[in-house]
Ligand binder design. Structure first.
Ligand code: PLP
Length: 236
C-alpha cells in the first residue's frame, strides 16, 4: 500500500468517526507520527496531504529539520522530552504534546523566554497511573495547569494521553472519556480567560476512531499511514 492510499483511508475514517459523533471532520487534526521515517518518506507524506508531522525524538527532528524535509507542514513534538534538549526545539515546533513534569514545564518557559517566544504546550496525563510511563497523575494536572497561567512563555492548549496498549480499540474508550472530562473540569476551575484549552490529543493507529468519538481534536497516527516500524522503535 502506498502512503497516499493509506493516508486517504485514515482521512476517510476520521471523517466517518467525526460525523458519527455529531462532529465535523474540520475539528480534527491528523498528526502523522513520523518517527523512524526517512526524509523522503516524510516528503511523500506531506505531498500526499499531511499537514502536521509529530516527532518523538529530538535528534531525528533536528536532522529532518536541517534537510528541510518538513517543508509545507507543521512539526509537533509528541515524545518523551528531556529537559536538557528543550532548547533545541525552540522556534521549530508549533506544539509540544508531551509535557510530563513541572520541571519540564519550567524549562520550556525558560528556554522559550530566551528565544523570545511563547510555546504552545499540552500536559500529558498518565491516566492509568502506569509507572513505566511519563505524564502527570490525575491530582497533579490542575496544579500544573494553574502554574501555566503564571508562566509568560508557555500557553496551555490542552491535554494529551497515551492509554495502555490494549487488544480491542474500544477498551480505551473509558480513558478517552476520562481525559475529556478532566479537560472540561480543569477549564472550569481555571476561571479566567487566560486559557486557550481547546486541544485533546488522544488516539493512535489502532484506536483513533474511538478517540474521536470521545472528543479528540488531535489524533497521532503512524503505522496506519507508514506501515509497521522496526520493532526497536515501537517503544515510547
Ligand atoms: C509513535 C507514536 C504514535 C503513533 O503510533 P502508531 O501506533 O504507529 O499510530 C502516537 N503517539 C506517540 C506519542 C507516538 O510516539
Amino acid at each position: 500500500m502506498s502512503i497516499s492510499t493509506n493516508l486517504a483511508h485514515v482521512v476517510e475514517n476520521i471523517r466517518r468517526a467525526a460525523w458519527e459523533a455529531g462532529r465535523t471532520p474540520e475539528e480534527i487534526t491528523l498528526v502523522a507520527a513520523t518517527k523512524t521515517q526517512s526524509d523522503d518518506v516524510i516528503r511523500q507524506a506531506i505531498a500526499a496531504g499531511v499537514t502536521v508531522c509529530g516527532e518523538n525524538r529530538v535528534q531525528e527532528l533536528l536532522s529532518h529539520w536541517e534537510t528541510g524535509a518538513y517543508e509545507g507542514a507543521q512539526v509537533h513534538f509528541i515524545g518523551h522530552l528531556q529537559t536538557n534538549k528543550v532548547k533545541y526545539l525552540m522556534g521549530k515546533v508549533d506544539l509540544i504534546h508531551s509535557v510530563s513534569s513541572q520541571k519540564l514545564l519550567l524549562e520550556i518557559d525558560k528556554q522559550a523566554g530566551k528565544a523570545g517566544l511563547v510555546q504552545d504546550i499540552l500536559l500529558e496525563v498518565n491516566l492509568a497511573q502506569e509507572p513505566s510511563k511519563s505524564g502527570f497523575f490525575l491530582p497533579e494536572v490542575l496544579p500544573a495547569a494553574q502554574l501555566c497561567t503564571q508562566l509568560s512563555h508557555v500557553r496551555l492548549r490542552g491535554l494529551m494521553c497515551i492509554p495502555p496498549a490494549v487488544q480491542e480499540p474500544s477498551e480505551n474508550l473509558p480513558f478517552f472519556h476520562k481525559l475529556k472530562a478532566l479537560a472540561v473540569d480543569i477549564k472550569g476551575k481555571m476561571g479566567d480567560n487566560k486559557t486557550d484549552m481547546t486541544i485533546l490529543s488522544m488516539g493512535m493507529s489502532n484506536d483513533y476512531p474511538a478517540a474521536i468519538a470521545a472528543g479528540a481534536t488531535h489524533v497521532r497516527v503512524g503505522t496506519a499511514i507508514f506501515g509497521p516500524r522496526a520493532p526497536i522503535s515501537n517503544s515510547f
